[in-house]
Design a protein around this ligand. Structure first.
Ligand code: ADP
Ligand code: MG
Length: 484
């Protein structure tokens, strides 16, 4: 991949970027309490005494949240730390009743891993994962409910988050987008985070610096809480351009926390960067260190689903797909499963073409997801079978498919109801050929005079005469026999 650079008045600059992703763990209850972790409930309806930080309440670790973090670590090919510890990260905020967040600072549950991304030119790149740790989410301040008051919703207080920190390996907006896309895909396959950025269940802090080729890293700024992949890509670019201007005008980039404003495509200073010592981290005295049994980790590993990279490789070898097609079909687990149902025991390449062509177009057009597709996997399979056993030809299949999208009915029923069976009766085909040739004597003469292109015209006319239902191979054969 040609490296991505930005031009300034003093020459060429390179972007350096690392992402800290907060991914909300899929679990029934919170990290240290039994309150529901479900999204979207009435404010403050899912708050235990622990989440509200009543005096004397004690946290109790949720085993499922730990399992989810371990699964995620394993899915990222990362080291699982059998011993980890919870620390208190102390700060004051209205939506943080404890006055501290329970997090993992010095000893995270997951160590180094890697995410391989594929870029638009087909090249691949490995982005290092530094660590993954478990922590509590804070509550939510609502500033838009009342003209003079702010409200606090503690439903999110105490929900389990995984913070996944990348190495500063990202060098362009595209790489940042590809990394987040891939990470989200892996989390969704694992079932450890739903990745819904618009509901806030995945959000990214974007660390950006710029440098001249060959230099050491320069000072970075952190753009907080960016909530869509597109915004992350835009924030990387906007922040890098801002820093280039600062450096080139003789200034110095100061380490700080910034916010991205998508409507103005710029970042704004929020506060100067806090350091670890500002948080007065210390081991949480209410919690024992977290010790994992190696057997338990092995069992979790054995139960992981097939992940996107492995599935892509298998689709290429098992179904003869191009890597590009395979990647599109494994983008979502549900799409991959749908594809396999249709492809198994059938023409796998043809199944892929139908899915990536007419099927995806129909989903787009109707605004449906694969889960509530009007065309079921069984029905698309049925359509391919009708083509394979020559009940219908490819052209009629398109018509049948459109009727399937509209009615959700099975293809065989549509073919019968509309009388779309392919005509393979050579007598009927011969009759149609004769009629077309008789009606176009002038063209037949031209054809015989050397205008061979006209053959296609005759095929078209015969098909038209047969309402599109002729078997194309037999129509060709019959025409050749007559005027060949
Ligand atoms: P903190 O916890 O204070 O935010 P970390 O050292 O954990 O600091 O780094 C946070 C993120 O910043 C990581 O994703 C890392 O890759 C990224 N990062 C570190 N140095 C740089 C740099 N010079 N330029 C861009 N990103 C950086
Ligand atoms: Mg940070």
């Amino acid at each position: 991949m040609a490296s991505y650079t930005l031009e300034g008045s003093t020459g060429t600059w390179e972007i350096v970027c690392g992402l800290e992703v907060h991914a909300q763990v899929i679990s029934k209850s919170k990290l240290f309490s039994g309150a529901s972790a479900e999204y979207g409930a009435e404010p403050n309806s899912q708050v235990s005494f622990v989440d509200a930080a009543f005096p004397g309440m004690l946290p109790v670790i949720n085993r499922e949240c730990v399992a989810q973090a371990v699964r995620t670590g394993l899915g990222l090919g990362a080291a699982i730390n059998l011993w980890s510890r919870f620390d208190r990260k102390n700060y004051f905020y209205a939506d943080l009743p404890q006055g501290y967040q329970i997090s993992q600072f010095a000893h995270p549950i997951v160590g180094k891993g890697v995410v391989e991304v594929t870029l638009s030119d087909g090249s691949t790149k490995e982005i290092g994962v530094t660590r993954l740790h478990l922590e509590q989410d804070a509550g939510k301040s609502l500033h838009d409910q009342d003209p003079t008051k702010s409200f606090i919703d503690l439903n999110r207080s105490g929900v389990a988050l995984m913070e996944i920190v990348s190495e500063p390996d990202i060098r362009s907006p595209e790489e940042a987008g590809a990394y987040l896309t891939k990470l989200r895909q892996i989390l969704r396959y694992l079932g450890t985070c739903d990745g819904n950025m618009d509901e806030g269940s995945m959000r990214a802090d974007v660390n950006v610096s710029v440098r001249k080729a060959g230099e050491e890293f320069r000072t970075r700024c952190e753009v907080k809480n960016v909530n869509s992949i597109r915004f992350v890509m835009q924030a990387v670019e906007a922040e890098a351009k801002r820093q280039i201007e600062v450096w080139e005008s003789g200034g110095e980039v100061r380490q700080e926390t910034r916010l991205f404003d998508p409507s103005r495509m710029e970042t704004r200073s929020m506060r100067s960067k806090e350091d670890a010592h500002d948080y007065r981290y210390f081991p949480d005295p209410d919690l024992l260190p977290l010790v994992l049994e190696p057997d338990w980790v092995s069992r979790l590993k054995a139960s992981l689903p097939e992940l996107p990279d492995a599935k892509t490789t298998r689709f290429v070898s098992e179904y003869g797909l191009s890597a590009y097609d395979a990647r599109i079909l494994v983008m979502e687990q549900a799409t991959a499963d749908f594809y396999e149902t249709v492809a198994r025991g059938r023409d796998a390449k043809m199944a892929a073409n139908w899915m990536m062509g007419d099927f995806f177009a129909a989903l787009n057009r109707t605004g449906r997801s694969i889960e509530d597709s009007p065309v079921s996997a069984a029905n698309l399979s049925g359509l391919l079978d009708l083509i394979a056993d020559k009940t219908i030809n490819g052209r009629i299949a398109k018509e049948v498919f459109e009727a399937m999208v509209e009615t959700g009915e099975a293809p065989a029923a549509i073919v019968e109801a509309k009388g779309l069976r392919q005509v393979t009766d050579t007598g009927a085909i011969d009759d149609a050929v004769e009629a077309v040739l008789a009606a176009n004597a002038d063209k037949v003469a031209q054809y015989k005079g050397g205008q061979e292109k006209l053959f296609g015209f005759f095929v078209g006319q015969v098909m038209k005469a047969m309402a599109g239902k002729g078997n194309p191979a037999l129509v060709n054969e019959a025409l050749k026999a007559k005027i060949g």
